[in-house]
Design a protein around this ligand. Structure first.
Ligand code: NAP
Length: 539
């Protein structure tokens, strides 16, 4: 396929101006690469641009979330809360983009609809939503793991006469909900953040819960000038700590064994964890809690008792305790007064495992038992995670192969970086990489640095094409499957296993993520480079 001279051509095109795309552009520009970022939204920020719902904030400590690549940036930015809220996070990303003068390398309101590989010219042809066509040598999707929101498939959704939207599309203008009868569908991390944040500002709130989640206290707090000054002196240690934990968080498994401690010692330790901020309760626990059924059951029972202590109505408390999975096998929603919200007179839990939603009606939600009237329905129903954003773009590789078809039964990649048959497509934080269950920016830095080193290598060697071999991909997929076998999250019915009742074909378990931990993943990437990019063919 050839294009007239007039078609714009770039050396590298990055898709998405979120946390990954921003850093990729900075890094590529520093290498002197002619790079352009295309972004569907009307501004940068990715996750932190779209998710504007009340209560939205980090679940990793703010100072472990920011970029680590610039000492100057680290010294300039003041995180005001331990778990920073969305408006502040968006400001941070805007600050980074202005500081490093990246905005002029970004094109907004530009949706990539189709990308077609040209095997003769060794380049990608991109078809954009406005009908425009651009070509590039290398295509780097940085399209996010949780950027394809999914609505339920209840009949009648369009007939609802009030306002309704998915949390990902929360309106930019504030909504006065004080006189509104509000419904929220979904109790994942998003629902768990919104519910207590709006409970006292709405006339009434009905929570439609299909399955409860195991949640733990976030313990947010402000960060004073003095504390921030101290944090700045410790940044090297903070990032070194993140680099050694499996999830890239400050929290990693302790040395002590579940089995060596007495029951009383375990409960004392868990009480301490419950009072500490952040993911320690999930990730700085005994290793066995996430790997052995019995240890997991005992810890789950400890958390169940905490829920019973915090919820006044014992019937409601029991409904809030998960019965179908143990603590931590799904990503743990971190909460602030979540359970206490159910003690309010204006908050009602509707258990839709008992009274399923029949349909949406003009006045509200009809279940098998009742019809509830609402002014606003909030869908906190999650995402077609990890592969959904890829599926929404038509990627056509060698011999007309469609990525969507290749991944019909789940993703297949080499290192989460490439897919066989799709040369010069280098995914940033892609499926089956180590970014998914981690502190995202830490994994993003690994991914962006590795990919930009590859770009530099190709330029310096005059190489025009990179593609992974089928053998390397098959072996990686086997490794991914084996790692799932080691962790209890293999049993989860969540986005970690590709489950989503709102997407066709996503009722089967998929192998979406690398469960070997970030340090091992990084070592693996380094080894691939040291072995002359083994598994890739560079020509
Ligand atoms: P999610 O964890 O997938 O939760 C979706 C919720 O909607 C679940 O409760 C699900 O019920 C329910 N649901 C889905 N379809 C439904 C239907 N048709 N009818 C009724 N209920 C339905 O999505 P999320 O809450 O948006 O969170 C996704 C991920 O985003 C999190 O795991 C986390 O990694 C990230 N996140 C992070 C933060 C943070 O603190 N930084 C905040 C929010 C989100 P079932 O459980 O029965 O499927």
């Amino acid at each position: 396929m050839s294009h007239p001279e007039s078609v714009e051509h770039r050396e590298v095109i990055v898709i998405g101006a979120g946390v990954a795309g921003i850093y990729a552009l900075h890094r590529l520009r520093n290498l002197g690469v002619d790079a352009l970022v295309l972004e569907a939204g009307d501004d940068l920020g990715g996750t932190w641009y779209w998710n504007r719902y009340p209560g939205c904030r980090f679940d990793s400590e703010s100072y472990s979330y920011g970029y680590s690549f610039s000492k100057e940036l680290l010294n300039e930015w003041h995180w005001k809360e331990r778990f920073s809220p969305q408006p502040e996070n968006l400001k941070y990303l805007q600050y980074v983009v202005e500081k490093f003068e990246l905005r002029n390398g970004m094109r907004f309101n530009t949706q990539l609809e189709k990308a077609v590989w040209d095997d003769d010219a060794n380049r990608w042809t991109l078809h954009l939503d406005g009908g425009e066509v651009i070509t590039c040598d290398l295509l780097l999707p940085a399209i996010g793991l949780l950027s394809a929101p999914t609505l339920p498939r209840y009949e009648g959704q369009q007939e609802f006469t009030g306002q309704s939207f998915h949390t990902y599309h929360w309106p930019k203008e504030p909504i006065d909900m004080s006189e509104m009868r509000v419904a929220i569908v979904g109790t994942g991390a998003t629902g768990v953040q919104i519910i207590p944040a709006i409970a006292e500002n709405v006339k009434s709130l009905h929570v439609f819960q299909r399955r409860p989640n195991w949640c733990a206290p976030l313990k947010n707090g402000s960060i004073s000038d003095e504390e921030m000054a101290d944090i700045r002196t410790r940044y090297d240690d903070i990032f070194a700590r993140c680099a050694e934990t499996p999830g890239g968080f400050l929290h990693g498994p302790i040395d002590g064994s579940f089995h060596d401690a007495t029951e009383q010692e375990r409960y004392e330790f868990w009480d301490e964890l419950y009072d500490k901020p952040g993911f320690g309760i999930w990730l700085a626990n005994y290793r066995e809690v996430l790997m052995e059924e019995d240890a997991n059951a005992e810890f789950s029972s400890f958390i169940a008792d905490k829920i019973r202590e915090r919820v006044n109505d014992p019937v409601v408390a029991e409904k809030l305790i998960p019965k179908d999975h143990g603590f931590g096998v799904q990503r743990v929603p971190m909460e602030t007064n979540y359970y206490e919200a159910y003690n309010r007179n204006n908050v009602t839990l509707v258990d839709i495992s008992e009274q399923p939603i029949d349909r949406i009606v003009p006045e509200g939600i009809k279940t098998s038992a009742d019809t509830y009237e609402f002014d606003l329905i909030i869908y906190a129903t999650g995402f077609d995670a990890i592969t959904g954003a890829f599926d929404r773009i038509e990627f056509i590789g060698q011999n007309g192969r469609r990525l969507r078809d290749e991944w019909e039964k789940g993703p297949r990649t080499y290192l989460g970086v490439q897919v066989e048959g799709f040369p010069n497509l280098v995914m940033l934080a892609g499926p089956q990489g180590a970014s998914v269950s981690t502190n995202f920016p830490r994994a993003i830095e690994t991914s962006v640095e590795w990919a930009s080193d590859l770009v530099e290598h190709m330029r310096s060697q005059g190489l025009r094409r990179v593609e992974c071999t089928k053998e390397a991909q098959d072996a990686w997929v086997v490794e991914i499957e084996e790692l799932y076998g080691l962790v209890l999250l293999r049993n989860a019915k969540s986005w970690f296993t590709g489950y989503n009742s709102n997407v066709d074909g996503h009722d089967i378990k998929r192998h979406m993520i690398y469960n070997g931990g970030a340090p091992r993943y990084r070592r693996r990437l380094d080894k691939v480079v040291a072995n002359d990019y083994v598994g890739f063919v560079l020509t």
